[in-house]
Ligand binder design. Structure first.
Ligand code: ADP
Ligand code: ADP
Length: 231
């Protein structure tokens, strides 16, 4: 993994008089999993989108490892950061395989390596490649779409994973399996993970530390699950 450092990060959306994220500073260690919890609208998604360069911060800096990524080319960032969201964000005109292959292709993997990786990722999220490889997102259930979204985020093997309620629509048994896979990625591959969830059990199971956020992503508490539970 790689560390993530946010320095006085602020986002004001045009037309919105209030900042959605205000002066957030945070250090996430390499190989650490940090869970963001907090009420709907408190700026969790906005923060993740800024780290992933989907939206520009109004001010502040973002560092990943020893590189300042605040202004780098988003394509370069794709090598470092995988991103999975609740609504899966799959491209509807692309098959499952094409969606998963997107980032590895973008960052220059060979055709044969991409092909093997797509199969591997489908297996990882528990979808039989023979059945799902050539389907379109609309031909999948919500939970299956989410699993493909997770497969896509992991495909190029980035050191950092940003996951915004990635298992919300997945059935409980599959969710358990995906949580265990994520724990394996933490332990074996030392990924750095920022994970948004409303599920406190999930937060405790997956988190090294939990960041409890208030409006504008002000950090109310940032500590281990044990410390937060005893507070
Ligand atoms: P969360 O992920 O914690 O639910 P968001 O990051 O989605 O919160 O939103 C934070 C705040 O920013 C909310 O008040 C939301 O209404 C506002 N917001 C989000 N996107 C936009 C936008 N495109 N334009 C204006 N305001 C926005
Ligand atoms: P929405 O506004 O619908 O929540 P986002 O703006 O968060 O969607 O994401 C835009 C699209 O770009 C998504 O479909 C997402 O899956 C894709 N995407 C962005 N960054 C990455 C990444 N690092 N890895 C894989 N897919 C990505």
């Amino acid at each position: 993994g790689a560390s993530i450092e946010l320095e006085e990060l602020t986002k004001r959306y045009p037309g919105n008089p209030y900042p959605s994220v205000e002066n957030v500073s945070m250090e996430i260690k390499a190989g650490e999993t940090v869970i963001f919890v907090g009420p709907s609208g408190c700026g969790k998604s906005t923060t993740l989108k800024m780290i992933n360069r989907l939206i520009e911060p109004t001010s502040g800096r973002i560092r990943i490892g020893d590189e300042d990524v605040t202004d780098i080319d988003p394509v370069k960032l794709r090598r470092k950061v995988g991103y999975a969201i609740q609504s899966s964000g799959l491209f509807p005109h692309m098959t499952v395989a094409e969606n998963i292959a997107l980032v590895p292709k973008m960052v220059g993997w060979s055709k044969s390596r991409v092909k093997d990786r797509v199969e591997e990722m489908l297996d990882l999220v528990g979808l039989d490649p023979r059945e799902f490889h050539d389907r379109y997102p609309r031909q999948l259930s919500g939970g299956q779409q989410q699993r493909v979204g997770v497969a896509r985020a992991l495909a190029a093997d980035p050191p950092v994973l940003l996951m915004d309620e990635p298992f919300g629509a997945v059935d409980p048994i599959t969710r358990d399996h995906l949580q265990d896979e994520l724990i394996r990625l933490q332990h074996e591959l030392h990924k750095t993970i920022v994970f948004v969830t409303h599920d406190f059990d999930e937060a405790i199971k997956l988190g090294d530390r939990i960041a409890v956020l208030r409006e504008r992503s002000h950090i109310a508490q940032f500590d281990t699950p044990e410390a937060i539970l005893t507070n």
